[in-house]
Design a protein around this ligand. Sequence first.
Ligand SMILES: O=C(O)[C@H](O)COP(=O)(O)O
Ligand SMILES: [Mg+2]
Length: 414
Amino acid sequence: MGITYEDFLDLDYEPTDEDLVCTFRIDPATGMSTEAAASRVASESSNGTWAALQTGADFTDMGATTFDIDGDLIKVAYPAGLFEPGNIPQVLSCIAGNIMGMKAVDTIRLLDCEWPESVVSAYPGPLYGSSVREEIFGVTDRPITATVPKPKVGLSTAAHAQIGYDAWVGGVDLLKDDENLTDQSFNPFSDRLTESLSLRDDAEDETGETKSYLINVTADTQTMLDRVDEVAAQGGEYVMVDIITAGWAGLQTVRERTEKHGIAIHAHRAMHAAFDRLPTHGVSMRVLAQVSRLCGVDQLHTGTAGLGKLANEDTVGINDWLASDLYGTTDVLPVASGGLHPGLLPDLLDATGTNVCVQLGGGIHGHPDGTRAGAVALRSAIDAYVEGRSISEAAEETPELAVALDKWGTETPR
Ligand SMILES: O=C(O)[C@H](O)COP(=O)(O)O
Ligand SMILES: [Mg+2]
């Protein structure tokens, strides 16, 4: 039986509960009909190719079906049996593999996936999700907060830990490594872990509040596992992984190890914009977030609803999906980060709600009176929002917030 690409188009097909349904936006190549391009997408991403096959060999039909075409949007149904259980790299090699570069389409963007339970049940999902707020910090009614020491790299270990201390005693919950700080000579991983957790303990003693640290373990997989073990041995509650640059396979292996230690995963998405920034091509952040939830990250950067320094994106829509029911899979706590300062908090929290983590780097360490004042300004803005007080009222009671508002107002930085 020859397979030709017309075999992959059936506008009468009704997807089953077992199918993974993907929505793509396509721009057919010149001279190619939308139907032909849509069929090639289903073919190349499942079991077909450009030529009609005449092998004559028997095979299990794992072909996908394009079943809906609506303008430049198409829907493709994939049989669950096409996907190896628990193997995200293989799933993405199907639904975001060759089709991203094939000539049959000038551009193509994977917009959304509707995941069947049979695929989802093969993944661990998050260990904590948004319950990190209560389970780790005992917080139920406010966002948790984080800060990245700046300059993002180059600080000595002692300076990094001291900045963390100043932020913790100022009211911030989490110290966070930046995405490109791992184990460099100026700030070695093990030293940074030990010194930061030691000052974390001091800050807890001083404030009576739980404090924690998002240390970046990103590296080759074995090194990441060793670092997870090291964090666990030193009493850390989190690890941070640059999930795009570390890769999905590495993340899945780290997730297996964090399960053993009861450690939460903070997912930074550096390099995501290589896939999701162009509206006509690539893989949407919505799909990257879906895959991250299956792999089991607890916290994930999802943008700032257009308010910060990063390009605008569907932060709220992605956050809603991360909180949605997915056959009982634990949710993910969204992280708003990138160009935020206290003056933006009311609008941000109006958009995202308070079941989030809010990270400020420059918005704390750029405070005219330094890190501790910047942390006080952030925390007072958060507390005011939760208590229903306006930020200007809060500023009358908290001079550090007044100084931050005087410096940055409510303007969005670039
Ligand atoms: O890693 C991040 O999220 C950013 O580096 C945040 O830094 P910023 O708050 O200074 O933009
Ligand atoms: Mg950063």
